[in-house]
Design a protein around this ligand. Structure first.
Ligand SMILES: Nc1ncnc2c1ncn2[C@@H]1O[C@H](COP(=O)(O)OP(=O)(O)OP(=O)(O)O)[C@@H](O)[C@H]1O
Ligand SMILES: [Mg+2]
Length: 388
């Protein structure tokens, strides 16, 4: 009898925590590489090593105890992954696939070369690159850090040469490399989610709409409400990008809809915030299918089990703390709302949990999910004596 391979997850945030929740009923052994014992997943799991995902030494040592390596985030040393791959270790997503998620310039170039629709973009070596790009495409333009951005950090809408000059100066002094791209007048943001096995077999989730505020995703609605040809094109793009990157495991594709056309924003080569609804709403969640895909096991059903599912993020407000918030979460939860608390300390704008509501009607389900999120945050703040 062959034993079930041990999965090593690099990073121990909420995605790792939800991967563990999905791995448990399938009895998949999991080990974590955590930055510290207080990381959300490290707090609930005994098999933890402490180390840095940027350190070759830490990654190689961690990998010794694992059969398959996967990731909670993409801020990982690629050299170490290449060494592991050269030694025959199974690393999913591969270092090549992961590079797309790590480096926005590499990603834009690769997708553009593959003929995928992407906003016009340019590498920024100095201020002139932004001003000449804006001369061709008009202000505003969007500047992005090539690496290390998340939740809208590392994305700047620039209205003028002066704003561009200030950003370039700041980026240079912080050693941040930039690219610039067209400002897309977005009507809707969509996401495609797919779990893909080595041989190409995949499970495609329903295309969703994501709602952002200040560059942070606040709400996800499944399925998306757009004309059928657009939905079908979003599905085709999701499959095409997964094949172009050769991703194994879960991938999320963020898309812009503007003027009736879709363009590719970015990918994540792992489970993603836009897929959290799948825990309660789909036959198999993105976390379960990620695990199955990296183990090259048969995939589960990604189809919706309810007409509508809405996920609302719980964003920290600074002085609140969801520790102790479970009764409030449950009071806010009924009927049919599922709270998830990540065990993270609160900072303004930090994702500290989410709720998912299932329902029949789009607007009613949205209202119920958002009300539950609001009630939970307010009740928790009140319980702590903080202003709601
Ligand atoms: N070219 C653009 N034109 C208009 N808006 C944009 C553009 N690029 C990004 N945005 C807005 O900024 C948000 C964040 O951008 P992006 O996804 O590149 O950053 P991120 O910080 O890596 O995101 P994430 O929250 O997914 O980690 C997008 O969801 C979108 O709302
Ligand atoms: Mg994004």
């Amino acid at each position: 009898m062959t034993r079930t391979p041990t999965v090593g997850i690099v990073g121990a945030g909420q995605l790792a925590r939800m991967m563990i929740e999905a791995a448990t009923p399938l009895d998949i052994p999991v080990r974590l590489l955590a930055a510290g014992p207080e990381d959300g997943a490290a707090k609930i799991w005994p098999h933890v090593e402490i180390g840095s995902p940027k350190s070759v030494e830490d990654l190689l040592r961690f990998a010794e105890g694992c059969d398959v390596i996967t990731f909670d985030h993409e801020l990982v040393n690629l050299e170490a992954l290449r060494q592991l791959e050269a030694d025959g270790k199974r690393v999913y997503p591969s270092s090549n696939a992961l590079l797309h998620a790590q480096d926005k310039l590499h990603q834009r170039r690769a997708f553009s070369a593959a003929g995928l629709p992407v906003p016009e973009f340019r590498e920024v070596a100095g201020l002139d690159d932004i001003t000449s790009f804006a001369g061709e495409h008009g202000w505003p333009v969007v500047a992005k850090a090539q690496r290390d951005g998340y939740d809208g950090r590392g994305v700047w809408v620039l209205e003028s040469r002066d704003e561009a000059a200030a950003l370039v100066e700041e980026a240079e002094s912080n050693g941040v490399a930039l690219l610039v791209e067209q400002f897309v007048p977005i009507e809707k943001e969509l996401a495609g989610l797919i779990a893909r096995r080595r041989g190409g077999e995949y499970a495609l989730y329903p295309i969703v709409e994501t709602v952002q505020q200040g560059g942070i995703c606040v709400e996800v609605v499944a399925p998306v409400d757009v004309p059928e040809p657009i939905r079908a094109q979003a599905e085709e793009l999701t499959v095409a990008v997964a094949e172009a990157t050769g991703v194994v495991g879960n991938m999320a594709l963020e898309l812009f809809l503007a003027g009736g056309e879709l363009s590719v924003n970015e990918i994540a080569t792992r489970p993603h915030n836009s897929g959290h609804f799948s825990i309660e709403a789909c036959g198999a969640s993105q976390f379960e299918n990620h695990m199955r895909a990296i183990l090259d096991w048969p995939l589960g059903d990604p189809g919706l089990r309810a007409p509508v599912a809405v996920m609302a993020n719980l964003l920290g407000r600074g002085d609140d703390d969801l520790d102790g918030g479970v009764p409030a979460a449950l009071a806010a939860a009924s009927p049919g709302v599922h709270p998830h608390l990540y065990g993270k300390s609160s900072r303004a704008g930090r994702k500290i949990g989410h709720v998912t509501a299932l329902g029949e009607d789009r607007e009613e389900t949205r209202a119920r999910a958002n009300a539950a999120a609001e009630t939970l945050m307010a009740a928790t703040a009140a319980a702590r004596g903080a202003p709601a």
